[in-house]
Ligand binder design. Structure first.
Ligand SMILES: Cc1ncc(COP(=O)(O)O)c(C=O)c1O
Length: 356
């Protein structure tokens, strides 16, 4: 039978890589996905238990989005009309690209950038220009400015996944202000970083700042993403583009409760930052790796030719980190998520033993 347009289209889509999900290991120390294990599971079990009384899952979550948006507005001290939500910030990225971009839209971003964003650009065949990281695993403002005029969308994760790099505030502000198209700043890891540019959304109509409760709040499994932008953008997105019920009832109720306890999460973030420094220092003391600074809840380091061996040997010991291969100019890069003090110590001891 002759292939129709549909079969051809599916064939072409199948040829794309798609977002590669991490491998699943049971009973492992999971330091590969930038989740937040520094918060004890009992805290979340309590949280979800408390939501039970508030729920009637026979109903659609009518009014739920508005309630969690109000809680988010309280948390980030921004007007609720400037906040939209999504089933993870992944969904927001997908909906923005799927509805606002096309084959004619040119995107400017970094290499590497968030993997899912790259995959979506491929899916929608959106052409991208990628700015490379330099020897210090930093991005240079001039490289972006030089390419700005030719781009319609600027996407930057700030801090960047997987390098942990964040532009100095002045540089990012300058870049964002000089860009004429849509600017998407993905602040998934911002609580671990030095600054946010969320306030700039009050002055700039072309800026969207993406956020999530998956990282600092440790709620990756509930899939709660949000974004901040000017009121018109949020209204068009939430009323027309977004699904009527983007978040489920459990996510809404647990998310609201977590946001009420935001002080607790601030302490957790401080702990993660202290542990991040410890990992960086201990890895540097081993004198065999190139270890990069990080403003996120993970650390990138190059183990060069030894990376595959280290990655495999750690898995054999029940410790999973992310094997990235070449990042920027460095071969054999590995990314380790900051976990609890105990998890991090196990990782550091295992890696030190491997070197002996
Ligand atoms: C830069 C960046 N943005 C967004 C996300 C996805 O966040 P969410 O869990 O809200 O979909 C991630 C997750 O790893 C990320 O690294």
């Amino acid at each position: 039978m002759k292939k129709g347009w549909f079969e051809k289209k599916i064939e072409n889509i199948s040829k794309l890589g798609g977002y590669k999900k991490p491998d699943k290991y049971s009973n492992a120390i999971k330091l590969d996905s930038n989740e937040n294990y520094a918060i004890d599971i009992s805290f979340f079990q309590d949280l979800v238990n408390q939501t039970r009384e508030k729920m009637d899952v026979r109903e659609y979550p009518l009014g739920g989005t508005e309630r969690i948006v109000a809680a988010l507005a309280d948390y980030i001290k921004m007007p609720k009309e400037m906040i939209g939500v999504g089933n993870g910030s992944d969904q927001i990225i997908d909906l923005v690209l799927g509805n606002l971009a096309s084959k004619e839209t040119r995107i400017l971003t970094s290499e590497p950038t968030f993997g899912f964003f790259e995959e979506r650009c491929k899916l929608y065949a959106i052409p991208t220009t990628k700015i490379q990281f330099d020897d210090q695993m930093s991005l240079r403002l001039e490289d972006f400015v030089a390419n700005s005029k030719k781009a319609d969308i600027l996407y930057l994760d700030s801090p960047n996944n997987p390098t942990g790099f964040q532009f100095p505030r002045k540089h990012l502000e300058k870049l964002v202000q000089s860009f004429n198209g849509l600017v998407i700043i993905d602040e998934a890891y911002v609580e671990f970083a030095d600054y946010t540019i969320v306030d700039s959304t009050k002055k700039m109509n072309n800026l969207m700042v993406l956020r999530t409760l998956s990282k600092s709040f440790g709620l990756a499994g509930l899939r709660i993403g949000y974004f901040v932008a000017n009121k018109k953008t949020v209204d068009a997105f939430s009323r027309v583009i977004q699904y009527p019920y983007p978040l489920n009832t459990v996510a809404i109720e647990a998310g609201i409760l977590a946001l009420k306890k935001s002080k607790y999460f601030t302490d957790v973030v401080d702990l993660v930052k202290r542990e991040r420094l410890r990992i960086i220092e201990k890895l540097r003391e081993m004198k065999v790796f190139k270890v990069f600074d990080s403003k996120a809840n993970f650390v990138l380091f190059s183990a060069d030719g030894a990376s595959k061996r280290i990655h495999k040997a750690l898995i054999e010991q029940g410790i999973v980190i992310k094997n990235l291969g070449k990042v920027g100019k460095y071969d054999g890069c590995l990314r380790v998520t900051v976990g609890t003090h105990e998890m991090n110590s196990k990782f550091l001891t295992a890696i030190r033993d491997l070197l002996n």
